[in-house]
Design a protein around this ligand. Structure first.
Ligand SMILES: [Zn+2]
Length: 401
């Protein structure tokens, strides 16, 4: 294909040379990459016209050629641009291919208002039936902006913002630099463009939006999504059940040892390890002193080293005022997660997410005995039934054995 005729973004197929008009919606600075012994430059961004949006990438020569020219919100004629297949999961836009601007491509600035594609907003409640990593555009009112939390050993901070529209509520996860760039407050209305829906077992949240901006709620495009007093209380946020799911756990403290058949809704994988006394007969939690030694209050001794203990908590119900948690220690927690204590200590966020997903997709039979805390039960043994879908299916109900 020669690509002399003007096309539109919606009509771009992969493996073509195309010419089209588009506005630069967003672009990065030119960055240097290196892998093994190769190195180069890259600039990426998003182009938009009245039919849709598409990612673009400029590798080394293209990046140098267009760095000084391409400016956000200006409209250009892109000539002899290449389109290549892009896996949707990795694409920031919904488009299945991306544009490569290389040394053979040309651009001409065009006098025009920025081209804007129609906004395709998905109601939050509909996210219950969407697939993992699907790109969606959502509008929602900010209900809460909690303090940042540290994600395990990764050093990455996360802020779990809660947003609501007239159909439901979901968590928006902001991580790392996104936190610095967020300047909105409670009750602001946010438009999240091309946010990614992430599913971790029963948990659904939004992350990785290409643009988070506050919008005017009385604007014609958004007013129909604004939550009112009668808005349904469907909450897709982590820690909450999906719509129409009811988790009933019939466990009784007074009944002693019990068996239960259930799935896991939430874990404490990010903080399940602790430093414990190196003495095998003790194994109590130790505290690190300012001189670097570990104090065991049980042995009343200080040690040069501590070992890693595991205290894994599995949330199995989220009924209001009737939370149930299963606690397992050390060897059992290692068996359950199929990871050693040392591995659990240094889990990267990406490993935590996939491990959590795996654990949550199984069904388990637990033998439990009451623990100190009223909501906690100590795991004595477990049986795994792998691979059952746990979202929105019958298998999430809990049957007492
Ligand atoms: Zn000790």
């Amino acid at each position: 294909m020669e690509g002399k005729d003007l096309t539109t973004i919606k009509n771009i197929k992969d493996d073509c040379v195309v010419t089209f008009l588009a506005t630069v919606k967003a672009r990065t600075q030119v960055r240097v990459w290196s892998r093994n012994k190769s190195t180069g430059k890259i600039m990426t961004g998003i182009l938009m016209d009245r039919s849709g949006s598409i990612d673009f990438v400029c590798w080394t020569e293209g990046a140098m050629k267009f760095d000084g020219i391409l400016k956000e919100n200006l409209t250009y004629k892109f000539i002899k641009a290449k389109s290549v297949f892009a896996k949707e999961n990795y694409s920031k836009t919904k488009h299945c291919c991306q544009i490569i601007l290389d040394k053979n491509s040309e651009i001409e600035e065009v006098e025009s208002e920025p081209l804007v594609s129609p906004i395709d907003i998905t109601p939050i409640a509909e996210l219950a039936s969407k697939e993992n990593q699907q790109k969606v555009t959502v509008v929602g009112k900010v209900l809460a902006i909690p303090q940042a939390e540290r994600l395990g050993s990764t050093g990455v901070d996360i802020v779990k913002v809660r947003i609501q529209d007239n159909s439901g509520t979901i968590q928006l996860s902001l991580m790392g630099n996104e936190i610095k760039n967020c300047n909105f407050s409670i009750n602001d209305v946010l438009l999240l463009e091309n946010a990614e829906l992430r599913i971790y077992g029963m948990l659904r949240c939004l992350q990785g939006s290409t643009g988070i901006r506050t919008v005017n709620p009385s604007d014609r495009d958004y007013t129909q999504y604004m939550p009112g007093p009668d808005s349904p209380n469907i909450d897709l946020s982590p820690g909450k059940n999906a719509p129409k799911e009811k988790t009933v756990i019939t466990l009784n403290k007074d009944e002693g040892r019990q068996k239960i058949h259930c799935s896991v809704l939430e874990t404490n994988l990010r903080e399940c390890t602790y430093e414990r006394c190196p003495k095998v007969s003790c194994r109590s939690r130790v505290v690190c002193l300012s001189n670097g030694l570990y104090r065991c209050n049980k042995c009343e001794s200080d040690y040069f080293v501590a070992t890693t203990g595991v205290r894994l908590i599995l949330h199995i119900s989220q009924e209001k005022n009737n939370e149930k948690k299963i606690v397992m220690f050390n060897d059992m927690a290692e068996q359950f997660t199929e990871k050693s204590a040392a591995q659990l200590l240094v889990l990267e966020e990406v490993d935590i997410l996939s491990l959590e997903k795996a654990l949550m997709s199984n069904q388990y039979k637990f033998t439990l005995s009451p623990a100190k805390s009223n909501s906690e039960f100590l795991c004595e043994s477990f049986v795994v039934q792998k691979g059952q879908e746990s979202f929105g299916k019958e298998t999430t109900s809990h049957i007492q054995v």
